[in-house]
Structure formats: structure tokens, C-alpha cells
Write a protein that binds this ligand. Structure first.
Ligand code: FPP
Length: 252
């Protein structure tokens, strides 16, 4: 996240500024395949994946996207070989240590969403430090979904609301969408307008189940480490060509 890349700052002329997505979510798929195609170990794909994510974060900031949410590790990813899981945990920790200063310089507000208590305690320490240090930053809101599962998030919301009702702090009739949203990990961040998934799979894979209700979905065959600003530009053009109706009829 160095500031030497300022040549990207300008929004491409065919992207309409006031129709940009406010919030972009990404499922970064294909790191393993990218590495395999090059005869490298899978972890090399994850390393390159981090570079692609940093680049996208900077590009979103330069072009005026308010929030970026990336799916870094799902509740199902624990089922991967131990060496890969350990590597990813170590990678997350290292990124946080290494990038905190630049996130401050670039005014990034980072947060983590997911069941963080199950993560290694040394990683939790770095997460707390990064979240705490950047919490007053006013630039792009960058959320990293780690040990995140959409169903788990919804169950967690139900439990929190049930506990409020049980304690007499809320009535059944008070439960509405706004109350539900206040208990989501993403409280305070608008729902994603655009979900990008790389490497061709047409699935949501338990990501942001509530929040993606009306998001436009853009799938590209490109593997995540190759997802660059030209790809993001294509995704934005694809998004702007859509007619978002939110269940209503087309405006005339
Ligand atoms: C999936 O590729 C990708 C991941 C498991 C995400 C790895 C995490 C990062 C790139 C960034 C983390 C960033 C921060 C800020 C902590 P895959 O292994 O599923 O690829 P495959 O489908 O080809 O096997």
C-alpha cells in the first residue's frame, strides 16, 4: 500500500462517478489453481492473492468506492490441509503487522467480520491492534471476512436478539429488519452493491447471506491473483450496464 502508485488515481472516463457501487464485496477464488498452473505450491497463490487484494483496495480508494469487503477465510476453510490453514493464519498476522502503518497513511479503516474467537490468539492480538488503531480513519472501510460463515452470522444474530427478549430488554414486536441489521457483523456499513467472484464459480458460498440480497453479481473466469485494475474496470462497466430495480418495475 505505498503511495507511489498514484498514476491509477483517475477514474476511467467510461465509468460514471455517481453510479459507482458504494460497497464492493469480493470472493477471491482461484489462488490454488493459479499456483498449480505454474507448478508452484498453493501458498504461493495466496501470497500473490494478497498483492491483488492490496491493489484492489488502493484502486477502490482512488476511484471513490466507500467500502470493500473480502472473503479471506470461511468457516469451511478449516477443512483444508493443516499446513495450508497454518500458512494462511500466519499470512494474515504478517500482513496486519506489515501493513498497519500504510493503512494509517492511507486513512483505511479496517475491520474483521466472522467468529474471531476461534482464530489463533496471536492473530487476534494483531486484529485488535489494527482495528483499534484505524477505527477513527475516515477513508475506505475495508472489511476482512475471516472464519466467516453467513449462516453462522445469522444464527449469532438470532441468539443476540433472543437474549434481549429473554432479558426483557426488547419485545417480540420490536424485531424488525433494522434491529436485525444492528446485530450483523456489518452493522454501519451499507450492503454491497456489487459482488465479484473470480475463477468462474457461480456460487455465493455462504458469504454475506443477508447483505447480498439485492447485490449485482459479477463472475469472471480470471483467477484471483490475476485480478487487476483492468479487470476491476471491466466489472464496473458490467455493473453500470445493469438495471437495478430492487424488485420494482423499471423507472421510465
Ligand atoms: C481462495 O483461493 C482464496 C483464499 C482462501 C483467500 C486467501 C486470502 C487472501 C488472498 C488475502 C487475505 C488478506 C488479509 C488482509 C488478511 P483457493 O485456495 O480456494 O483457490 P482454488 O479454488 O484454486 O483452490
Amino acid at each position: 500500500m505505498t503511495s507511489k502508485h498514484h498514476s491509477y488515481q483517475d477514474l476511467p472516463s467510461d465509468v460514471i462517478q455517481d453510479r459507482l457501487p458504494r460497497h464492493v464485496a469480493v470472493i477471491m477464488d482461484g489462488n490454488g489453481r493459479w499456483a498449480k498452473q505454474r507448478g508452484m505450491p498453493r501458498i504461493m497463490g495466496h501470497r500473490r492473492g494478497v498483492d491483488a487484494l492490496k491493489d484492489l483496495l488502493r484502486c477502490c480508494r482512488d476511484w471513490g468506492v466507500e467500502a470493500l469487503t473480502a472473503y479471506a477465510f470461511s468457516t469451511e476453510n478449516w477443512g483444508r490441509p493443516t499446513e495450508e490453514v497454518d500458512f494462511l493464519m500466519m499470512l494474515f498476522e504478517r500482513i496486519l503487522r506489515r501493513e498497519l502503518r500504510e493503512m494509517m497513511e492511507e486513512n483505511v479503516q479496517i475491520r474483521f467480520i466472522g467468529n474471531l474467537e476461534a482464530l489463533p490468539s496471536s492473530l487476534q492480538v494483531e486484529i485488535d491492534r489494527a482495528v483499534e488503531t484505524t477505527k477513527h480513519n475516515t477513508g475506505i472501510q475495508f472489511s476482512v471476512a475471516t472464519n466467516y460463515g453467513g449462516r453462522q452470522e445469522l444464527v449469532q444474530v438470532c441468539r443476540a436478539i433472543a437474549a434481549e427478549v429473554q432479558a426483557g430488554k426488547a419485545n417480540l414486536e420490536d424485531i424488525d429488519e433494522a434491529m436485525f441489521e444492528r446485530h450483523l457483523y456489518t452493522n454501519g456499513i451499507c450492503d454491497p452493491d456489487l459482488l465479484i467472484r473470480t475463477s468462474g464459480e457461480m456460487r455465493i458460498s455462504n458469504f454475506l447471506l443477508w447483505q447480498l440480497a439485492y447485490s449485482e453479481i459479477y463472475v469472471t473466469e480470471t483467477l484471483w491473483p490475476d485480478f487487476d485494475r483492468a479487470e476491476f474496470h471491466r466489472a464496473l462497466c458490467g455493473y453500470q450496464a445493469r438495471d437495478r430495480r430492487f424488485g420494482k418495475v423499471k423507472a421510465v
